[in-house]
Design a protein around this ligand. Structure first.
Ligand code: SF4
Length: 329
């Protein structure tokens, strides 16, 4: 059963001078217990899509211009502020990239976890603290350290505390926005492993936002590749890693160094992501695409299903039109 379903979600930032087309009609689904990796370069619209789920797109200038975000069948776009306060941190939690800014520097970490528990469950302060200490142990930090402040923890430990806060109320959906980008590689691996274990234990669904395909391979069940506010390819890991179809996805793989292939220079995607206030006509990837044709410059490709659950938005790909990105497995 689908826990989260985004249908044709469109988000824009409007100012006096320009309109920024951040998310342009994306479709995504996440089932119970499933992990979806949302992959793309900076500015692709990944974080805006995630913020829209929690109604956290800053308004103004941000506006959800269309589409639905169904969580357990109910449209979050229609939820009241009071309903959203219950959902945030209770049923849907979010981990942000930088643990330094996510934690309150003048509050002991145990109290920060307990505060969320108190807010979302009917329990006493003492019980919330007991649960907070248990949560700390679950993320690999001794319960006795609950009275310590964020500055007394290393970067990896701080991110563990952030994860403990996010999982404190056993959310059904965890949104993790680049959760390991600010950490050393060795700590990244530990945090990812821990997230995977806790997810298994609690059967939490996860939307993992990342630019790192290695992280996707490690912990995701399926992936959606985002470019210029659109999802250009989606499928399970085999579709994306072994049967890559979209030239942009191919470009992402070509940009990664391979230990078994000797080469003098990597083959990065040429050019830069387009300005979201001035997106190109036709296929939005065409100015950077090595396989661009005249048709690509004027006609926007439609999403086609090249094999069950594997969707691609490119004129070069035949297949059945339609489908819902991310609804694989
Ligand atoms: Fe490249 Fe054309 Fe496909 Fe766009 S539609 S990715 S420009 S080949």
């Amino acid at each position: 059963m689908n826990l989260l379903e985004m249908k044709d979600l469109t988000v824009q930032y409007e100012t006096d001078k320009e309109t920024v087309y951040a998310v342009n009609g994306i479709n995504l689904t996440i089932k119970e217990g499933e992990t979806l990796g949302l992959v793309g370069e900076t500015g692709a619209g990944k974080t805006t899509a995630a913020l829209a789920i929690l109604q956290l797109v800053p308004d103004p200038p941000g506006k959800i211009k269309g589409g639905e975000i169904l969580f357990d069948g109910a449209d979050l776009n229609r939820a009241s502020a009071k309903e959203m306060r219950k959902i945030r941190g209770g049923q849907i939690s979010m981990i942000f990239q930088d643990p330094m800014t996510a934690l309150n520097p003048i509050m002991p970490v145990g109290e920060q976890i307990a505060e969320v528990i108190e807010l979302h469950s009917e329990c006493s302060k003492a019980e919330a603290m007991t649960r907070a200490m248990r949560m700390l142990e679950k993320v690999g930090i001794q319960a006795e350290r609950a009275s310590e402040y964020p500055h007394q923890f290393s970067g990896g430990m701080k991110q563990r505390v952030v994860i403990a806060i996010a999982l404190a109320c056993n959310p059904r959906l965890l949104i993790a926005d680049e959760p390991t980008t600010a950490l050393d590689v060795s700590i990244q691996a530990q945090v990812l492993e821990m997230m995977g274990e806790i997810k298994q234990e609690l059967n939490t669904s996860v939307l993992l936002i990342t630019h790192d395909l290695g992280v996707v391979a490690e912990i995701c069940d399926k992936a959606a590749i985002m470019y210029a506010g659109e999802i250009v390819e989606a499928g399970n890991l085999e579709d994306i890693f072994d049967h890559t179809e979209h030239p942009y996805t191919q470009g992402l793989f070509d940009s990664i160094p391979k230990l078994d292939v000797k080469c003098d220079r990597l083959n990065p995607i040429r050019g830069l992501t387009p300005n979201p206030a001035q997106l190109p006509e036709g296929c939005k990837f065409h100015p950077r695409c090595p396989r661009c044709t005249e048709r690509c410059k004027i006609e926007e490709p439609k999403a086609v299903e090249v094999s069950p659950g594997h969707l691609v938005k490119c004129h070069l790909c035949g297949g059945q039109e339609g489908g819902s990105y991310g609804s694989v497995g």
